[in-house]
Design a protein around this ligand. Sequence first.
Ligand SMILES: [Cu+2]
Length: 157
Amino acid sequence: MFRIKQTALFVFIAVIAVLLTSAADVYASDLVVEKPWARASIGVSRPTAVYLTIRNGGAVTDVLTMVTTPAAGMAEVHKSEVKDGLARMSPAGNVEVSAGTTAILEPGGLHIMLMELKNPLKKGETISMTLHFENAGPVDVAVPVYGIAASGPKFSD
Ligand SMILES: [Cu+2]
């Protein structure tokens, strides 16, 4: 009898411990950064872009607040849109990724603009980049560089 009660108590404590851990943190493991790629650059005088998707499998909204990379003096999330028949882009500010949703950065839409390139980005290289999230903190991503005419990982040239 005593043994059964002890087991029940142990299970109860274990359940409480699991509830406490899942309520506390581990946001980083809830975010998955997928399919990152950069477009090769034309020298260093013109900017280029990085594309990727951010999947939030957690229960809490997270926000991409900043992007840093040793490859560029400045990295900023931009939004492309066509206005009056002209393609233009502007800083998109923070990117909110609600629980259970995926933010897609792709050609023609959101992208991470790399400005003030330190070196030309060449096809076949990999650059490192850090995405800074409000909850998950800094997330390091290795970004492969595809050709100048690439449209994504599936169609890399
Ligand atoms: Cu841009």
